[in-house]
Design a protein around this ligand. Structure first.
Ligand code: HEC
Length: 144
C-alpha cells in the first residue's frame, strides 16, 4: 500500500515537473513591453557589432567575409530567422552554431556565459517586435 502511495506521489511530481518544463515560456510573444525593453539593452550590448543596430545584418549578408565565413544575417524579419521556432532560436543564441552544426567555423558563437535564459527570451521578444505581423504569427504558431 505504501509503495502504491509513493508511486502515485512520485508520478504526480513527475507530471507536475513535466508540465513546468513543457511550458518553457515558448512561444515568446511581444506582449510585454518590459521584456522588449530588457531585450533591447541586452541586444545592443551583445549583438549589434554583427547584426547591426537596426537588426538588418551585415551589408551584403548573403556573401562571405574576407575570412570566408558567412556574414551576420538580418534578424528583422527580412531574412529567414522567422523560419526557426523558439526552441531553435534560443539554442542558436545560447550555444552558438558551433554546438549545433558539425565542424562549424563561422562567427555565431554562443552566449551561454554572458546571457541568462531570461535575457535570451527578452532578446527574442525584442527581435520579434521588428517582424511583420504575418511572419510573427507564422513563427508563433510554429513555436507552440
Ligand atoms: C561576431 C559576430 C556575431 C555576433 C556578436 C552575434 N552574431 Fe548572430 N550570427 C552571426 C553570424 C555570422 C550568423 C550566421 C551564421 C552562419 O551562417 O555561420 C549569425 C546567426 C544568428 C542567428 C540565426 C539567424 C537566422 O536567420 O538563421 C540568430 C538568431 C542570431 N545570430 C542571433 C544573435 C544574437 C541574439 C546575438 C547577440 C546575443 C548574436 N547573434 C550575436 C554573427 C554574430
Amino acid at each position: 500500500m505504501f509503495k502504491l502511495i509513493s508511486l502515485t506521489i512520485g508520478f504526480f511530481i513527475f507530471s507536475l515537473l513535466n508540465t513546468v518544463i513543457a511550458h518553457n515560456h515558448f512561444p515568446i510573444t511581444t506582449d510585454s513591453k518590459l521584456m522588449i525593453e530588457r531585450g533591447k539593452i541586452a541586444y545592443e550590448k551583445n549583438c549589434v557589432s554583427c547584426h547591426m543596430i537596426n537588426l538588418a545584418g551585415a551589408e551584403n549578408w548573403k556573401g562571405i567575409d574576407e575570412e570566408g565565413h558567412r556574414k551576420a544575417p538580418p534578424l528583422n524579419g527580412t531574412g529567414h530567422t522567422w523560419h526557426h521556432d523558439d526552441k531553435t532560436l534560443h539554442a542558436i543564441i545560447k550555444y552558438g552554431l558551433a554546438k549545433l552544426v558539425k565542424n562549424y567555423e563561422g562567427k555565431m558563437i554562443g552566449f551561454e556565459d554572458q546571457l541568462s535564459d531570461k535575457e535570451i527570451h527578452s532578446i527574442l521578444a525584442y527581435v520579434k517586435s521588428f517582424w511583420p505581423i504575418d511572419k510573427y504569427e507564422y513563427q508563433i504558431n510554429m513555436s507552440k
